[in-house]
Structures are given as C-alpha cells and as structure tokens.
Design a binder for this molecule. Structure first.
Ligand code: MSP
Length: 651
C-alpha cells in the first residue's frame, strides 16, 4: 500500500535504574499503541526508545555494587529490553547513550556549538559532597545535606561549559505562543511560559569535571558532557545525525511527536528546541507531556510483594490486561490513580464480560447451529441490524479521529461501543430462540454473520492496543492479523463458509473481592517477613572516614614467619609471638588465644604491620600487629596465598 507519510515517535530515554514499575511503562505502552496504529493506518513509522546511561549517579551505583560500570549497565538494559519484549513494545530502534555512534555525534555537536559561540567556558557553583564526589544544586539538598549520604556539603566552584540558553528566550516564547500544537496538552504551555520562560532563562551548564562517566568534551577532556545535551540529542543521533549514514535523519526528522511524562516537559519544550535552533535544524512538530500513574492506597514496592510490578501483573492477569488498563483507564494528559480494584474491575468488565463473553458466545453458537461454518447473511432486517452495522462500519473512522487527537482511552471506548452493542444485539435477537424455529434459519444465519463480522472488525481495530487477544480472536475466525486497516475495516469482508472455531476463554474471570483479599494477605505476609528480616539485621557497621592512597601508604606491611608462640602470662586473650620479619625478630602480641593453640601457629606466614608504634600490654611490649579476618565463625590469621620470604613487602 502507498505510504500515507512518515511518522517519527519517541519516548524519553530511560534511566537504567532497575526500578521499572507500572508507571514507567506508561510512556512506552502509549507510544506503542500510537506507533502500531499509525503503521496499520499506512504510515511509515519510526518508533524510538532507549536508555540514558551517563552521570555520576550511575557511576556511583555501579561502584557501590563493586561492578564495572558498562557491565552493570549491560545487565540493566537487558532487563529493560526483556520488559519491553514482554509488553510487546514494537520499537524500531533502541538507543543507548553509551553507544559509540551517539557519543561521537554528541562530541561533534558540542564542538560545533562551541565553535559558533553557543557554548562557552565559565564556572559552575554548586554544593559539593566530598565523599560522594557529587555536585548538588541547593534544591536537591535534603536538610542542607547530601541527598545520597546525608553528610555535610560545601559550596564549591568548578570550571564548566555553558550553553547560551538565555539567547533563545524570546524565540522560545514566540514558539510556544504562536504554535499551540507544539506543546500539548495546552495546560503545559502556560506552565512553561509563566514559570520558566517569562521570568527569564539562565544559561545551562553542559559539562562537569567532578566525575568521569560521561562523554568527553573532545577539545577539553577533563570535562564530560553533562546530562541534557547528551540525553536530548539522542532523538537525532539515533537517526544518524552527525553520523556516518544520516539517511534516516533525512527521512524521519523532524519528529511528529516526542512523548514524555509531565516532569520532563520543561527540558523538552525549552532546552531541546533551543539546542535545535542553535544547530539550525527543524523543530519537532509536537511535545506531549502526559500525566502520571499515581498509586491509590497501594504502595509501590517490589520487596513488599506489591503486584504493581508489570512483570508480575502480566503473569497473573495477562499482558493485554496490563496494556488495556494503561491505555483505557488513565485519562490521557492527566494523572490516573492505580488501585488493584480499578485494575481488576476494568479487566473483568471490559475484557472478560464484554469482549470475552461476546466472542465465546458467538463462536459457540456458530458451532452449535451451523457446525462451525459461517453462514451467509441472506435475511437482512434494517431495523434490527442497522445500528450494529453502522457502528461497525464507522469504527475505523471513529477510532482514527480519536487517535489523531491522542485521545487513546476514547479510541478504545469506541471499540467497546461496538462490542457492547453486539452483546446487546444478542439479547435483542435471541439466536437461541431463532434456532428453535426452522423457519427462522436464514434469520439466525444473518444474525450470527453480523455478530462474527462485528467481532472481526473489533479485533482488527484492537490490534494496535492489545497483543494477544486480537490474534486469538481472528484465529478463531480463520483470519490473520492484517498489516493494514485498509481493505479490512468495512462490513461484509469475511466470506460465508469461513471456518469458525470455538473460542477458548480469552481472559479468565477473576473474583475481584477474593483476589483483593488475597493480594492484601500476600502483602501483609510480605510486610511481616520484611519486618522480621529488618529486625534480625545487624546494625550496619559505621562507615569509616575515607583515606587517600597517601594515607594508606603510611602503613608498612610485611610478610613475617612465626618462629615461636606461647600464651602470655596473666592474660587469657593474648598470645605472644616471636615473628621473623626478614633479618629481624619482633615480639608481637595478638588477642587470638581463643582461636589458636600457640603450637598450631608456629611456622605460619603472616601479615605484619611493622611500623605501628610499640605498645605495652600486660607488662610486655608488642612491636607490631598481626592482621586477622573475622566473621561469625571466628578469627583467622591472614596469610599469603603462595609462599613469600619473610620480610616480603606488602603493597
Ligand atoms: N532519562 C530521563 C529522560 C531523558 S529524555 C531525553 C527520564 N527517565 S525516566 O526513566 O525517569 O523516565 C522515563 C519515562 O517514564 C518518563 O516519560 C517518565 O515521565 C515516565 N514515568 C516514570 N514514572 C511514571 C509514572 N508513575 N507515571 C507515568 N509515567 C511515568 O526522565
């Protein structure tokens, strides 16, 4: 089919936080429904998503886990991709900001902006936490302390590059005032104009020297590109902008829509167009800031067994139920409130009772009355059939109209209008009564044909929204999922004679009250278990102050050999050792009498602190210290892994 044009749609790139709950899936699922709809509607779609992988926080997290940063990220991204696969996210490209092509393109963009004067060098002032090596803005501090570790912070300056955001202020105001479609929904326009643009824009800090996990500024490598210039540009580097092959950029840019949650609209509607203006490339057609999925009385926490984990939700109630809930229940553009009750009730009402019931009743009747072969509609009745057929015939247009306005829940509501009308049609026409009267056989055939054809159209129109049910339904009608709407959304397409299989249960019915009681029970048990674990936990060891490598170098460590050992008279705890540290034998006391018999230690190689100031214990001077390790099983002497001569230096 001839393309109706191109459609480039993006989600924000996700932080690899590993905490992907139902809310985080919202943007990708909505974009997926839009992308799938546009593809079926004949557009050439490019759907981009990905991950935002640079910054100090990520570096710190990986280090705290003792992992290589890239390795840590690879594992996180694999999990995110698995989640998108589970939810049927049909992205065309997944960009990672650690991808080489993105890093190179960002360096070129940075250099270009610097050379043309849009980026300049100055000083950044912020609150610095020395142990975390992190800069914070005043608003990020918690009670004036580091939000990560809670320790004191210092007001510090560091050299940094700045993007001349202020230069674009007037153009940005004009853009938002004169192009109402650029920023949607409309409420976000006033927010941006009144809270940020009209009060005046400050230049934006776009580099840091306090951490390394970022893209190096090519002409000043002690700096890394900081956050938004790296993150936002993914929308063009993913298409090859400033890369080796920019054909996708030529084909798909500017984006039809950048979709995101409302908290990052500011960066997309102010910083991003300013960067594009500076690069002299066209602006995206629309920035859309959707609302948030809030949690009703449910706390969102995986560890507490809360089922707002999309993986668990999908496993228990099906992926389609999750997608349907996100697309249908959250008023697009506004916040939506998740509760287990609203999720389960919506699933039961629409998917089980309306859709599931319609399909199973109808396919069962075709099997019962016509041996599973679709009969021809030979006895039409305009008064009885007209409304159903009209809704089915007009469904594509009704859904399209809503999808074009990004009214996703409303688009789904249109499909369910048909499903509900078809259920009502069954009640009105009473096929089971017609079946009893041989004279009504043709009428029965027509009724069932009309129902099957309505089901087919509903299933086709549901294809962009759900990923399992439409296929199952169409399979029962011996139809395949079409690539395009064209040619399969008008009434009368399915041919009489088609084999109709009895539908298996599309969705299991769930007793909402019982399920909620069950969820609450599991939640309470998990909370109890978490509490018990917490109580059993030993208090965390106090964090010792960090030392520098120079501090560490002050400690002299040598390999020693225990020449003799005895209990120290007058002490139950101490053993007295004679230790050869290479041409010198030292007397060293150690409190390990509980763990070693003196004779077992003789001949052992040990680790000795040789420059410790001598100390007198129970009348004997100790001239050093033996290093030991301790756990719940006791204390052991540290010893070299392979034989080392006495006096061997440890570093
Ligand atoms: N990395 C930035 C975006 C940079 S774009 C150049 C970021 N990432 S994020 O992982 O925090 O968020 C990704 C998307 O998930 C955003 O659109 C965000 O609004 C969305 N959501 C996260 N929690 C959400 C809800 N509870 N509800 C709806 N969407 C939410 O921001």
């Amino acid at each position: 089919m001839q393309s109706k044009g191109k459609y480039y749609i993006t989600t924000p790139i996700y932080y690899p936080s590993g905490r992907w709950h139902l809310g985080t899936c919202y943007t990708t699922v909505v974009c997926d429904a839009l992308a799938r709809f546009k593809r079926m509607d004949g557009f050439d779609v490019f759907y981009l998503t990905g991950t935002d992988e640079h910054g100090q926080k990520i570096e710190n997290t990986a280090k705290a886990l003792g992992r290589d940063v890239k390795e840590y990220l690879d594992a996180q991204i694999a999990t995110l991709k698995d989640l998108w696969k589970l939810l049927g996210i049909s992205y065309d490209k997944f960009i990672r900001t650690t991808d080489g092509y993105h890093e190179k393109a960002v360096q070129k963009i940075f250099t270009k902006l610097y050379e043309q004067g849009d980026i300049y060098k100055s000083e950044y002032e912020g609150w610095y936490c020395t142990p975390c090596e992190s800069f914070w803005t005043k608003t990020q501090l918690v009670d004036g302390k580091c939000p990560d570790c809670g320790r004191e912070v210092e007001l510090t300056k560091e050299e940094a590059y700045f993007f001349r955001l202020s230069k674009y202020q007037d153009k940005l105001i004009e853009l938002i005032e004169n192009n109402p479609e650029f920023l949607q929904p409309k409420s976000r326009q006033n927010e941006m104009l009144n809270n940020f643009l009209r009060p005046g824009l400050q230049d934006l800090c776009v580099s840091r020297t306090s951490f390394k996990w970022g893209i190096e500024v090519p002409f000043d490598p002690k700096h890394v590109v900081y956050v938004w210039l790296d993150a936002l540009t993914n929308y063009i580097t993913a298409l090859g902008y400033m890369g080796e092959d920019d054909s996708l950029f030529k084909k798909f840019w500017p984006a039809e829509i950048h979709m995101m949650g409302k908290e990052i609209v500011r960066f997309h509607s102010i910083i991003w167009p300013a960067i594009l203006m500076a690069l002299d490339i066209p602006l995206p057609k629309q920035i859309y800031g959707h609302g948030w999925l809030l949690l009703g009385s449910d706390k969102i926490s995986k560890s507490k067994g809360n089922i707002i984990d999309p993986v668990e939700l999908s496993a228990r109630y099906s992926v389609d139920a999750v997608r349907y809930y996100l697309l249908r229940e959250v008023p697009f553009g506004n916040d939506g409130m998740y509760t287990n009750r609203s999720f389960l009730t919506r699933r039961n009402a629409d998917l089980v009772n309306s859709l599931g019931n319609l399909v199973s009743r109808t396919t069962a009747m075709v099997n019962q009355y016509f041996g599973g072969i679709l009969p021809a509609p030979t006895q039409k009745d305009e008064a009885a059939d007209g409304e159903l057929i009209a809704i089915a015939e007009g469904l594509y247009e009704a859904v399209k109209e809503n999808m074009d306005k990004l009214l996703v829940p409303e688009a789904l509501a249109e499909i369910f209008k048909l499903v509900n009308r078809a259920n009502k049609y069954i009640d009105e026409t009473m096929p089971w009564a017609l079946a009893k009267d041989e004279a009504q056989r043709e009428r029965l055939a027509t009724v069932l044909y009309n129902l099957i054809e309505s089901i087919r159209i509903a299933a086709v129109m549901l294809t962009p929204f759900l990923i399992e049910a439409p296929q199952k339904i169409l399979d029962c009608l011996s139809e395949t999922v079409p690539q395009y709407f064209e040619g399969c959304v008008s009434f009368g397409v399915i041919k009489p004679g088609a084999q109709i299989k009895k539908a298996d249960k599309l969705f299991d019915r769930i007793d909402v009250e019982k399920e909620i009681a069950d969820i609450e029970k599991r939640l309470a048990e998990a909370e109890k278990a978490a509490q018990a674990k917490e109580e059993k936990k030993e208090p965390a060891a106090p964090v010792k102050a960090q030392i520098t490598i120079d501090d560490f170098a002050k400690v002299e460590l040598k390999v020693g050999k225990i020449v003799s050992a005895e209990k120290l008279a007058g002490s139950g705890k101490l053993l007295k050792f004679a230790v050869d540290i290479g041409g010198e034998v030292r007397t060293i006391l150690s409190g390990i009498a509980k763990y070693y018999k003196p004779e077992e230690t003789v001949g052992k190689s040990v680790v000795v602190v040789t420059n410790l100031a001598p100390a007198k214990l129970c009348g004997t001077v100790s001239e050093g210290m033996l290093l030991c390790a301790e756990d719940e099983n006791g204390v052991v002497l540290l010893t070299p892994e392979k034989p080392v001569k006495s006096g061997g230096k440890i570093s």
